[in-house]
Design a binder for this molecule. Structure first.
Ligand SMILES: Nc1ncnc2c1ncn2[C@@H]1O[C@H](COP(=O)(O)OP(=O)(O)OP(=O)(O)O)[C@@H](O)[C@H]1O
Ligand SMILES: [Mg+2]
Length: 317
């Protein structure tokens, strides 16, 4: 990491780097990366994605799916520029790591000036690349399933007293990454924990979980972002490369039955994005507004009294 932070190419970057990280698997890192990416595109931001999960490459597949589906259906949607960091097999582990490390540095310096945001998805296990990503993050988003099992990734908690016994390996890594970031360029890593797959039921266990998480936030210096509920819509359109933050109605994918729940899901993601306090500039807002106006114009009823132009026939036949 020291080697990376000493690299001046990372010091004068312009893009805001969001890293979705958690040392535990299956907590929603890729889901959150995808939702944030499409939400930012929808705001008119230029977004690049970096897929550090060299084994699964789910984020890369998502971006490919989006390109393929929109091409096949003639839908005009914005796309992120995706950089997969491919696994390399060299003679030694160190050599493989050096190659991947070099690839990430080159990728970052190639894109950091051309995009407003770089969203980095990381694998669910510790590794040098994952630690490097944490040390170059401006915003670290850690999705956490609403359970004590997932809390273990932050700290060991005494079952009876609910007191924090010991900080976890991941929490210590984030603390180190923060220190490196500060000493390298005085940058601050804003750590935001996002509760994921929240269910609507209430229980004593849930209350305890909230209390412990609150204590941990004070000890570890993270804050809470808007949480995400368990929703089918958050995984439904992966194969199409779409999310609820895309204009699903224009894509012919929003049914009357789901309109209200989709709107609630959209609000949830928008609340999450707002809670991250990202630098969304006015130029981007103007681009997004122009696009919205254009979409509305295309969808509006014609002045000659004809039916509203149904984009589903044109765009998504
Ligand atoms: N809020 C949610 N609602 C419904 N399904 C969800 C939600 N969050 C995640 N999932 C589903 O849970 C599974 C794991 O999510 P995801 O792949 O995003 O986790 P991950 O942290 O990236 O996992 P890995 O560590 O394996 O990379 C996926 O099937 C995803 O669709
Ligand atoms: Mg993943």
């Amino acid at each position: 990491m020291g080697q990376a932070m000493g690299d001046s190419r990372l010091k004068d970057r312009t893009a805001h780097v969001i890293v979705c990280g958690n040392e535990k698997g299956g907590t929603g890192k890729t889901t959150t990366s995808i939702l944030l990416t499409t939400a930012l595109l929808h705001k008119g931001m230029r977004v690049a994605t970096v897929d550090l999960d060299v084994r699964q490459q789910s984020l890369s597949r998502y971006v490919q799916n989006r390109r393929r589906w929109t091409d096949q259906h003639g839908v005009a949607l914005d796309h992120p520029h995706n950089v997969p960091i491919n696994a390399v097999q060299c003679d030694s582990r160190q050599a493989s790591y050096d190659r991947e490390f070099g690839t990430l540095l080159r990728a970052m310096s190639a894109i950091e000036r051309d995009y407003d945001f770089i969203v980095i998805d990381t694998p669910g296990h510790d590794g040098a690349l994952m630690r490097l990503a944490h040390s170059i993050a401006d915003t670290l988003v850690t999705p956490l399933n609403d359970s004590f099992l997932d809390l273990d990734v932050l700290a060991r908690v005494d079952a009876e007293s609910l007191k924090i016994d010991q900080l976890s390996h991941y929490a210590s890594s984030v603390r180190d990454a923060r220190r490196e970031r500060r000493s390298a360029d005085k940058g601050l890593l804003d750590w935001v924990v996002v509760r994921n797959r929240i269910s609507s039921s209430s229980s004593r266990n849930k209350e305890n979980f909230s209390e412990v998480l609150h204590d941990l936030s004070l000890q570890l210096g993270f804050r809470f972002g808007g949480g995400l509920s368990e929703r089918v819509i958050f995984r439904e359109h992966f194969a199409r490369g779409l999310t609820v933050m895309d204009d699903l109605a224009a894509c012919g994918l929003e049914t009357a039955k789901h309109r209200t729940s989709d709107a609630t899901a959209r609000l949830e993601v928008a609340t999450l994005v707002d809670s991250l306090r990202l630098p969304v500039d006015s130029a981007a807002r103007e681009r997004a507004q122009a696009r919205r106006e254009w979409m509305e114009q295309v969808r509006a009823p014609h002045s000659n009294g004809n039916q509203a132009l149904d984009l589903t026939d044109i765009a998504c036949a």
